[in-house]
Design a protein around this ligand. Sequence first.
Ligand code: Z5A
Length: 208
Amino acid sequence: MTAGRFITLEGGEGAGKSTQLRALAAALRERGLDVVETREPGGSEGAEAIRSLLLTGRADRWSARAEALLFAAARADHVEKTIRPALARGAWVLSDRFLDSSRAYQGQGALSDADIVTLHRIGSEGFLPDRTLFLTLPEGEAEARARVRDGDKSDRIGGRGQSFHRAVADAFARFARDEAARFHAIDASGEADAVTARLLDAVADLLP
Ligand code: Z5A
């Protein structure tokens, strides 16, 4: 049995994480790996129920603190019910967003980065990815991609203003700089196939 690996894809809205997660999973399966595709918020029955609480309804449905706790609770269920069992059987788990999204998004409000990390320690024993692939795309291109997909519709969090999303992008870039052993920044511009090739390169050293 090969060792399971936990890989997360992170970045701002419209960077292409979901598209690339599917393509990376297919490429890894072609190499004979057992691959689990999952996402946050969600990825387990309980966490998917919390997802709809988090992403629908009025902008002020949750306070910043309640929102951070809900993300941490969803993640705790996802880690326990989906991620750990898959890793234990030797699968590769690819997750569309994980802890670093909470640090980047919920870290903009009443809570510090240390607070978010503490919630993760309580909820998920501080469990971290083997590698985090941070997809980077200039703001205008990411907005254009999201617009093609969603038109004018957006969820509770995606609908926050431009300055919020800029602060999120800055936070991701800071994490990637400060935690270079885990984060690999990937240029997400250009054709999807070219981006997938970059992602494969970024996990090549982990392949069995
Ligand atoms: N959130 C949070 O606040 N805290 C947390 O802890 C977590 C999440 C885990 C989840 O929304 C929201 O929750 C999210 C963060 C917050 N809100 N925001 N912002 P979601 O799960 O519904 O969606 P998302 O994660 O935000 O997805 P996304 O970022 O909007 O999209 P993406 O996955 O990066 O992109 P995509 O769907 O793959 O591609 C977007 C479009 O571009 C689509 O039409 C593609 O066909 C197209 N595309 C993709 N690649 C290319 C290339 N290479 N060229 C041209 N077009 C492309």
